[in-house]
Design a binder for this molecule. Structure first.
Ligand SMILES: [Ca+2]
Ligand SMILES: [Ca+2]
Ligand SMILES: [Ca+2]
Length: 224
């Protein structure tokens, strides 16, 4: 009880500084679906500012070996792009990639994880865009000019127009999911399992090319 009260108070402080009222209410309601045990720690990692796509562009900070992926580099070469998309950036035909880090302290395990991504079409062909979530660093073909395909046990995928079929819910333009229910391509493990595996404690997100992303938030409950 005390734990939940503290969490709400902390969130309210954040919301007052960085968000519009409507979006903050939606985010609050979605996170209320998490209920950390009394002895667990609640962590909230947000990348991009929750500012309704407004103000200055907010930097995405993907890890270097993700930004250097041949699959992404090849796409950028094809369309003549020299940079990937930042948060709140409009315009068509640009990949968005980011890495959300420190999702649990080293040596601890997350018992729950919720991901929220707020995004909207830039006016291009958004419906068929793919989204990838997971550990996107490991490539099936690392040779120069290789396809850079990731291992099917390392990531989950969805299509923007059909995310409900793969376990995602939608509140306005916020797409969200309990990551224990989102399975990798080969069905061998969940995105929560990936967060808990090894020492990385991060999750990568890739959004294909006609979406404006306002923010990404991953909240976790961490066991003592
Ligand atoms: Ca902004
Ligand atoms: Ca597209
Ligand atoms: Ca934003």
């Amino acid at each position: 009880m005390i734990k939940n009260f503290t969490r709400i108070a902390l969130m309210a402080g954040t919301i007052a500084m960085t968000t519009t009222a409507a979006s903050a209410e939606d985010t609050h309601a979605i996170l209320a679906g998490m209920d950390c045990a009394a002895d667990e720690m609640f962590l909230d990692r947000t990348s991009g500012s929750e500012d309704n796509y407004g103000g200055a562009l907010d930097p995405a900070t993907p890890r270097a070996n993700l930004a250097d992926s041949p699959a992404i580099a090849n796409y950028n070469t094809t369309i003549g792009a020299t940079t990937n998309r930042q948060y709140d950036q409009g315009g068509n035909n640009r990949f968005f990639i980011d890495t959300i880090r420190n999702l649990r302290p080293a040596g601890k395990q997350a018992t729950q994880a919720m991901l929220l991504i707020r995004m909207k079409s830039t006016g291009g062909q958004f419906d068929t865009d793919s989204l990838l979530f997971g550990d996107l660093r490991r490539h099936g073909d690392t040779s120069p000019g290789g396809t850079g395909l990731m291992q099917p046990s390392d990531f989950a995928s969805a299509k923007a127009d059909n995310m409900g079929a793969t376990g995602w819910s939608q509140t306005g333009d916020i797409y969200h999911a309990d990551l224990s229910t989102i399975m990798t391509r080969d069905g061998s493990r969940s995105l929560l399992d990936i967060i808990n595996a090894g020492n990385d404690r991060s999750l990568d997100v890739l959004v294909q090319d006609d979406a404006n992303v306002d923010f990404i938030k991953i909240a976790t409950c961490v066991a003592p």
